[in-house]
Design a protein around this ligand. Structure first.
Ligand SMILES: Cc1ncc(COP(=O)(O)O)c(C=O)c1O
Ligand SMILES: C[C@@H](O)[C@H](N)C(=O)O
Length: 361
């Protein structure tokens, strides 16, 4: 008989949050208009605010981070066969259906991602190609970074590193795009304003639907001419929406109310990581947990496999993401409480040792 789940702690991703009451109220009251014919007034407010926060000339609301990255790459790489240098473990390269190639005819030139989310600058420079030098080369037009870097565990790229990559791009006449799905997490963790972190970038895609907790949407930012081209491409891709202010109203609340909660997410992630580190059968590098993403390994010596552990957790209402035979991901967000963290650790303890703790779990 399946155990009734009385409590759910959803740690699969920071994309799972539900809109808050203040977001729902803002959505219901949103001032809207047709954003294809002109400008939805709430979309305009959000775009103006995001341009201000990121220090860029202009901004554009898009339905998803995937579309934000796709549009940005395609605006910079506007000739079929252009090449983009990006991390071999970058979200754009791994989790976006190869859209830059299938839709945009852009060729990816992956460079090894280091454990800290960076790519070695000399390897980036060595990857730059130009058919005027070697006839059979594509033309490199763009370098993409990701901050924080999700697949290395939410690692923060420093402003110094970002500026160096920006200088390299300029030196070679290239553009720099930052997949800033979690740029606010990086800003809070580093104590550096978003606009300074992305200063070197020609474009940034910022997710409002991740740690900030908006139900839908991202915003791309850049120069006025970049955003003008992006707006056309958004329409081409079917991303031009009508009374989009309903979504932008929630996104505005997310930006106004939830940035300050990110530090708490990072603290909860650290508490979780430190707790897991005490458990026999779990291998985790606590120091590597910089923001809200945790990766850990279930050791071969463990009494339980990763698959069985995830199943046990699910039976107790805890949802995590199994990444491989032994690797599991946890992502903390603002709707995970400290008590959820303690409950999660208790369930891990029980699964790994079979011993009930003082909570009787
Ligand atoms: C680093 C990163 N970039 C881009 C995306 C894509 O965002 P979306 O899910 O809104 O398409 C995600 C995940 O969702 C992500 O983790
Ligand atoms: C899975 C991936 O697409 C998503 N960005 C996440 O981190 O949950």
């Amino acid at each position: 008989m399946a155990k009734m789940v009385s409590r759910t702690v959803d740690l699969r991703s920071d994309t799972v949050t539900k809109p808050t009451e203040s977001m729902r109220a803002a959505m219901a009251a949103a001032d809207v208009d047709d954003d294809v014919f002109g400008h939805d007034p709430t979309a305009l407010r959000l775009e103006t605010e995001m341009a201000r926060i990121t220090g860029k000339e202009a901004a554009l609301f898009v339905p998803s981070g995937t579309m934000g990255n796709l549009i940005s790459v395609l605006v910079h790489c506007d000739i079929r066969g252009n090449e983009v240098i990006l991390g071999d473990n970058a979200h754009i390269h791994i989790y976006e259906n190869g859209g830059i190639s299938t839709i945009g005819g852009v060729h990816p030139r992956p460079v090894k991602n280091n454990q800290d989310g960076t790519m070695d600058i000399d390897l980036i420079e060595a990857a730059i190609r130009d058919p005027r030098e070697v006839l059979y080369y594509p033309t490199t037009r763009l370098i993409c970074l990701e901050n924080t870097h999700a697949n290395t565990g939410g690692k923060c790229l420093s402003v110094e590193y970002t500026d160096k990559v920006g200088e390299l791009a300029k030196k070679h006449g290239l553009k720099l795009h930052i997949d800033g799905a979690r740029i606010f997490n990086a800003s809070v963790a580093l104590g550096i304003p978003v606009h300074r972190l992305v200063q070197a970038a020609d474009s940034v895609s910022v997710c409002l639907s991740k740690g900030l907790g908006a139900p839908v949407g991202s915003v791309i930012v850049g120069s006025k001419s970049f955003i003008a081209k992006a707006k056309i491409l958004r329409k081409t891709l079917g991303g031009g929406m009508r009374q989009v202010g309903i979504l932008c109203a929630a996104a505005l609340v997310a930006v106004q109310e939830n940035v300050e909660k990110l530090e708490g997410d990072h603290k909860n992630a650290k508490i979780l990581a430190e707790g897991l580190n005490q458990m026999k059968g779990i291998r985790i590098d606590v120091a590597s947990v910089e923001t809200n993403i945790i990766f850990f390994e279930v050791e071969e010596s463990s009494k339980i496999t990763a698959e069985k552990l995830c199943k046990y957790l699910e039976e107790h209402g805890i949802l995590v993401m199994q990444e491989s035979l032994s690797k599991v991901r946890i992502v903390v967000h603002h709707q995970i409480s400290e008590s959820d963290v303690q409950y999660t650790l208790s369930c891990f303890q029980q699964a790994l040792t079979g011993v009930q703790d003082q909570n009787g779990i």
